[in-house]
Design a protein around this ligand. Sequence first.
Ligand SMILES: [Zn+2]
Length: 272
Amino acid sequence: MPVRARLYRDDALILRVQKLGESDRIITMLTRRNGRVRAAAKGVRRTSSRFGARLEPFGHIDVQIAGDLGNHAASLHTIRQVESIDLYGKELGRDYPRYTVASAIAETAERLTPVEQEPSLRLFQLTLGAWRALSVAEHASTLVLDAFLLRAMANAGWAPALAECAICGTPGRHAAFSVPSGGAVCPDCRPAGSSRPAPTTLELMIALTAGDWRVADASAGQHRRECSGLVAAHLQWHLERGLRSLPLVDRSGGGARHDTRRDGDLRDTESP
Ligand SMILES: [Zn+2]
């Protein structure tokens, strides 16, 4: 016997919008209290639609949904009402570099919530904070992206080791970095093929993880690009499939080749 759908209300970040027939949409959202939720929005293309522009990517909305929470086998939830809180897509849609960064953040948030309806308040806050910072161009967009990725990875339990050896845990700043080992490595543990990033790059990664924007905003382009390369390599190592949107992000001055570069490409010429 079918369970009668109940109404629930939450605020949500729109990660993805897919077409469903002529006028309907499937909206993938990261909600504040109920984790990732997919729900149908009916008739969004009709001129009389109550939803219209409120259901676009990168929107922060207050939403009322009909669905059976806790029953994953139940049919798709349905959006009943939407109020906009902040529609960051309006601003970000005008600027392609920031739009691609917002897309990479949305895709990461979806990938880091493999199970629907599993609350992840921290990831919700990180995603919202990153979109807000992007929309007002508060910091360089690639710094916003890397700060988001570092913190989201920390929240998932696989932050790169930066202030201790990833293998033996010896505290301190270590010069070598090994993506397969999980971050900075001491001279005793250092595996073949480790890279040797600039010490300033590791300081930038520590600053981005901690939210020390004074240090991050003052960083030089070469360290930002090296940081992006290490963060992307660390992320891709942990995700089963690579992100589609990450290679599209423009690393100004460095080009796309830095995006997916693995630590083998950073290999130190004097490695053992
Ligand atoms: Zn060690």
